[in-house]
Design a binder for this molecule. Sequence first.
Ligand code: CDP
Length: 231
Amino acid sequence: MKKIIIAIDGYSSTGKSTVAKQLADYLDYTYVDSGAMYRAVALFALQNNYISKNSFDQELFIKALPEIELDFKKENDNSKTNMFLNGVNVEKEIRSMYVSDFVSPVATLSEVRKKLVAIQHQMGVKKGIVMDGRDIGTIVFPEAELKIFMNADAEVRAMRRFNELKEKNQTITYDEILKNVQKRDLIDTTREDSPLIIANDAIELDNSETNKEDQFHIILQLAKDRIAGRI
Ligand code: CDP
């Protein structure tokens, strides 16, 4: 059967990764969370004190970029795929608010984007891939057969993320999350290099009032149409 590339872009906490994983499982495709890669790079910048609340030594950080090695790996056959930074499993750490607060400024740097886009592009050469992020349909895979652009009300998104982090026992308030979501949206949409914009041929979905099962079936049908060459 023909394999395609599915690009899922959109605002933060719109459930991109949830639907991307559902699609990849169903179609037996590779799922790539490009945000995890930007988060791991931001963690590296934090660990090495290139960035902090009051400063960002961009020059030194850019020089250190070749030291960063990223891998999507499983701990064992039964575990989920996790993000590894220089051989260390950082899956849990990169989801913390500590990293969320710094990831968008780090992701504005062209040098960072160039490095990650090259890796991401390579992952898609054999197709059969679902990748989610901010610039997948515009920059990473402009040739993707299916492009989805996801949005939802900021309050709905913040509440979803709040519930998700609460389940993981992370102590954080709804207001802090809402602020973070709004701040990242602003940085992501206004940065110069690869801002979050809707590709001309993307299908826009607002899921403020759609549950994840319905959303999955809508996107799956769109994917099946493209795989079968109906569209
Ligand atoms: O899951 P969530 O919506 O919180 O965000 P994410 O997908 O984990 O991405 C975290 C951040 O990385 C975003 O806010 C962007 O600043 C950046 N990012 C990006 O610039 N380009 C991508 N393709 C993916 C993420």
